[in-house]
Design a protein around this ligand. Structure first.
Ligand SMILES: [Zn+2]
Length: 269
């Protein structure tokens, strides 16, 4: 005789990286967990004022303990049964800049993490970012954001080639350029071949000509990639392309990082 089986919920720790409110009372949350990478889940009743099941824990940057049922079909919404706060992200959210940086880091990592597949390194990285944004004062410096971009790329197997020329693998001294599509540096004598474009758009020029970077910038990027994240707090990069790795991520995913504009608008204040 067939019996209807209720699926056993799984208990795990996750970080809220985004959400969309759905109907009057429900919220769809995007979560990152070490065990399952990216998960999208329905939290029924999360927006009801007296809701106790999710204890108002479903906000960006919160680290939560959850009880969840996976979906039967890959890519479909999982069902969030319960959630409680493990570590709130209140302090970071009191600062506009930290809120922007947090949202940006969540989006970058969500663009690179695999859905429904383990992502222990990206999970550990985002946990650290959230901890640091909640602990340290203001003045994070642009090297911190670049460190998050570089480490996220490295953890999903897309480490930019910064030590040697992508084409000839010889060391780099000077006269080189960075190409976002190839994700690395080429000697000027080894530049990748591109199809001819008669009148390229501005956005296509970087791809055709590469991006000029200085030796000081390259060394700083290498240091940023290989040193612990906390060593980049409050430090600025030498003059150079501020959004190079961010654009590399956009190039890879073929879409814009939406929260970048929020950060950019604050830089202009
Ligand atoms: Zn070369």
């Amino acid at each position: 005789m067939m019996r209807h089986q209720t699926p056993t919920p799984e208990d795990l720790c996750a970080i809220v990286i985004g959400h969309v409110d759905y109907s009057e009372h429900d919220r769809i949350v995007r979560l990152l967990s070490a065990e399952h990478g990216l998960i999208s889940a329905m939290a029924r009743g999360a927006l009801r004022p007296k809701n106790k099941t999710f204890s108002h824990s479903l906000d960006i940057g919160n680290r939560i303990r959850i009880s969840i049922n996976r979906s039967k079909t890959p890519g479909a919404l999982w069902k969030l049964k319960e959630a409680s706060l493990e570590k709130a992200c209140h302090r970071a959210r009191q600062s506009l800049f930290k809120t922007a940086l947090l949202t940006y880091c969540c989006e970058v990592i969500s663009m690179l993490a695999q859905p429904e597949n383990e992502e222990p390194k990206l999970f550990a990285l985002l946990s650290k970012v959230i901890e640091q944004l909640n602990a340290a004062g203001e003045g994070f410096g642009d090297r911190y954001r670049i460190a998050v971009e570089l480490k996220s790329l490295a953890f999903c197997g897309l480490t930019p080639t910064l030590r040697r020329c992508v084409a000839c693998t010889e060391p780099l001294e000077d006269n080189y350029r960075f190409y976002k599509v190839e994700g690395g540096i080429f000697h000027n004598k080894c530049l990748p071949k591109r199809a001819q474009v008669l009148s390229p758009q501005r956005s296509e020029l970087d791809d055709l000509l590469g991006v000029e970077i200085s030796e000081a910038w390259r060394q700083a990027a290498l240091l940023t990639l290989y040193s612990p994240l906390e060593q980049s707090i409050g430090i600025n990069m030498p003059p150079g392309p501020k959004w190079l790795f961010s654009e590399m991520i956009e190039q890879y995913r073929q879409r814009q990082i939406r929260s970048k504009n929020f950060l950019l608008s604050l830089e202009k204040l």
